[in-house]
Design a protein around this ligand. Structure first.
Ligand SMILES: *Cc1c(COP(=O)(O)O)cnc(C)c1O
Length: 305
């Protein structure tokens, strides 16, 4: 019954910089898993959907911001697998901006119902009274945490690496909550280093990751967060556009663009040992490009091609 997840392609990126520095970069195209439910968000939802079915739940409820890949994925997944979906959205002001927001209008077209709340209220979303209140409004539901990370999500992300990936020296991933990289660490082998590029300021995800795995063959860097979550500048956008021109691979500005930028910078700094093979997981997120381009235009910055 489930979307085929074994067909992901590893794409060699043949750029001159790699031959000069004697490293190989291969991108795992998780962004191509599904046209609407891209990358790690599909992996994270897979076992949650099976669990929701097992518990006979008919509604999925989750949280997110106006550009959230997770919101878009839950909406699309709900449509595909016959669940009602409810999105608790951060920011009351968005209530009459749904049609001009690419992510929210996509989620709405999949049938998602929205409940807009203030940033103050949103901060309390993990408290018991909050979910009790939601139950009194919406009845019974299967709750997916913000970003979708829980034990089922980590199990799904452990399936990203396959037996064809065992010889890579480095496995790279963008890091938000840390759920995806926790899965990658679990299925990596001890000769591999799993390298996480934080999309947020800080590397606090470590303590969360350690709840899911005892392995220590990983490192999280926040040197390439560009100031914090969702922050971008012209240098990043131009790098992403240049990368797309040379390779045809689109990157997203929140996660994968920053990771690939970081990998290039580390290569230039000689971080990777000679003849290293690097597998970078393209976790998807391309649905966010339209929304980001609308913001970039307002700020007179270059847009993503
Ligand atoms: C959500 C997301 C991430 C971060 O995943 P976590 O499991 O929260 O660390 C990385 N890349 C993309 C494209 C995402 O949408």
């Amino acid at each position: 019954m489930f979307i085929e997840t074994n067909q992901v392609r590893n794409q060699i990126i043949p750029l001159e910089v790699f031959s000069i520095s004697n490293v190989n970069l291969v991108i795992k195209r998780e962004d191509q898993l599904h046209p609407d439910i891209s990358g790690n968000k599909l992996r994270k939802l897979k076992y949650n959907i099976l669990e929701a079915k097992r518990l006979n739940k008919s509604t999925l409820l989750t949280f997110g911001g106006a550009y959230s890949n997770h919101i878009a994925a839950v909406a699309a997944m709900g449509k595909e697998y016959g669940f009602k979906t409810i999105g608790i959205i951060r920011g009351e002001e968005l209530v009459d901006k749904v049609s001009s927001n690419a992510t929210l209008s996509f989620a709405k077209s999949c049938g998602m119902l929205f409940y807009f709340i203030s940033r103050d209220e949103y901060r309390k979303k993990d408290e018991l009274f909050f979910s009790e209140n939601l139950k009194s409004i919406y009845g019974d539901f299967y709750l997916l945490p913000e970003g979708g990370t829980n034990e089922f999500a980590v199990k799904g992300c452990a399936e990203i690496l396959t037996n064809k990936d065992t010889s890579f020296d480095y496995v790279c991933s963008s890091v938000g909550t840390g759920g995806t990289i926790a899965g990658l660490i679990k299925s990596s082998n001890s000769l591999q280093t799993v390298l996480g590029f934080s999309a947020l300021k800080g590397t606090f995800q470590t303590s969360y990751i350690n709840k899911f795995t005892r392995k220590k063959n990983y490192r999280i860097l926040d040197d390439y967060c560009f100031g914090g979550y969702g922050k971008v500048n012209a240098e990043l956008i131009e790098f992403m556009n240049d990368f797309k021109n040379k390779t045809t691979v689109s990157l997203d500005p929140i996660y994968t663009g920053k990771m690939i930028f970081g990998i290039f910078d580390l290569i230039n700094k000689g971080y990777f040992k000679e003849n290293s093979t690097i597998l970078a997981v393209h976790t998807g997120g391309l649905q966010g490009i339209n929304g980001m381009n609308a913001l970039l235009k307002k700020k007179n910055l270059p847009t993503i091609i």
